[in-house]
Ligand binder design. Structure first.
Ligand SMILES: [Zn+2]
Length: 116
């Protein structure tokens, strides 16, 4: 139990380090989130050095948020594709009535185009 907790802490420290590294790389390329930078400036009374430090904290948090939201979206997608209804995923060819995936642009059987 305690060991597991220690491992989790070590993992999150590593992740944190990677996030800070990512932010450092962004900054070295001149990439900056204007919204976060403005927020940081506002919270440092216009002191740019202070704002930089605050910005890095904000950006690390925003990367964490982005990752979390991405995970939710991916999970959502997986759950949705697991139960596709026949109606929404398949269409019948108007000519030969061959049933096929809705993403097809041409009939797999008779070859007529669906895009028209
Ligand atoms: Zn057809």
């Amino acid at each position: 139990m305690f060991k597991k907790l220690q491992r989790n802490l070590a993992a999150s420290r590593l992740l944190e380090e990677q996030l800070f590294e990512q932010v450092a790389q962004e900054l070295s390329k001149g990439e900056m989130r204007v919204g976060l930078w403005t927020q940081a400036l506002a919270n440092s009374n216009g002191d740019e050095e202070k704002a930089k430090a605050i910005y890095i904290q904000y950006r690390v948090q925003s990367i964490k948020d982005e990752k979390e939201i991405l995970e939710v979206v991916v999970k959502d997608k997986l759950e949705n594709t697991r139960i596709p209804t026949k109606d929404s995923w398949y269409i019948l060819c108007p000519k030969c009535k061959f049933e096929q995936w809705v993403g097809c642009s041409k009939c797999k059987k008779c070859g007529i185009s669906f895009s028209a």
